[in-house]
Design a protein around this ligand. Structure first.
Ligand SMILES: [Zn+2]
Length: 230
């Protein structure tokens, strides 16, 4: 079993607090309290949440909470509860920042620009990196953008437990795109994951938005990778 090198790492207490608030909206206060208690995070919760973007939260708290959610609500809860809470938390974490307001104005006032998706992902990558110890960079292929994340907080300390575990970061990226474009138009999927033996976690964003056909058939929620990429 390979072990991820454990560099000391943290992320924003505001990001974590927003995530907990969105979890509460999805599953209710009692369930969130139970998850916090079971994960061991309840005892020191005041030390690891914040109303500001200060890097005080150990990613182990996020991972432990997500593992408890999976234990309690079942395996599909990663792509329903964790993914959706993370997606909604982008707005409450970053919606008021000058950077998001500026980027979103630019994107919405340049509806024809081919640079909109790249500009959005650069903004999202920058915010992910500046509110955590993750290293995030953007690559591009003909059909997709690739958001490559080192020291991913969503699977921190886990090794070979799951294939593609990081629904939290999938949700966060998708929530960022939704906020910036003002509509939920682009599919995001996890291509590589540290828990699957890969060196980094890698998220791909398709360059063309959901088609009318995909919308009509309701295929716009969390998507699994197509068979040839699994
Ligand atoms: Zn990860």
């Amino acid at each position: 079993m390979s072990v991820q090198p454990l560099v000391k790492t943290t992320f924003s207490g505001k990001l974590f607090l927003s995530y907990l608030n969105e979890l509460r909206a999805l599953v209710g206060e009692k369930s969130v309290l139970m998850v916090l208690r079971k994960s061991g995070a309840l005892g020191n919760i005041r030390d690891i949440v914040s109303t500001r973007h200060e890097k005080i939260t150990p990613p182990q708290a996020l991972v432990a909470i997500n593992q408890c959610i999976e234990d309690i609500f079942g395996e599909t809860s990663l792509r329903t509860v964790v993914y959706n809470a993370a997606k909604m938390s982008f707005r409450s974490s970053f919606g008021e920042t000058a950077m998001i307001k500026e980027a979103s104005n630019w994107i919405q006032s340049h509806p024809q620009s081919p640079l909109r998706l790249r500009a959005s992902l650069e903004t999202i990558s920058y915010l992910m990196e500046s509110t955590s110890d993750q290293k995030v960079h953007l690559d591009e292929s003909s059909s997709h953008y690739h958001v490559v994340v080192q020291n991913c907080i969503a699977c921190y300390g886990l090794a070979e437990q799951h294939s593609r575990y990081c629904y939290y970061n999938v949700g966060l990226i998708r929530g960022g795109l939704h906020l910036l474009f003002g509509k939920d138009d682009y599919p995001v999927q996890e291509l590589a994951c540290v828990t699957n033996g890969d060196d980094v976690c890698e998220f791909i964003v398709r360059k063309f938005p959901f088609s009318d056909n995909e919308r009509g058939s309701g295929k716009t929620g969390f998507l699994s990778l197509p068979a040839h990429l699994r």
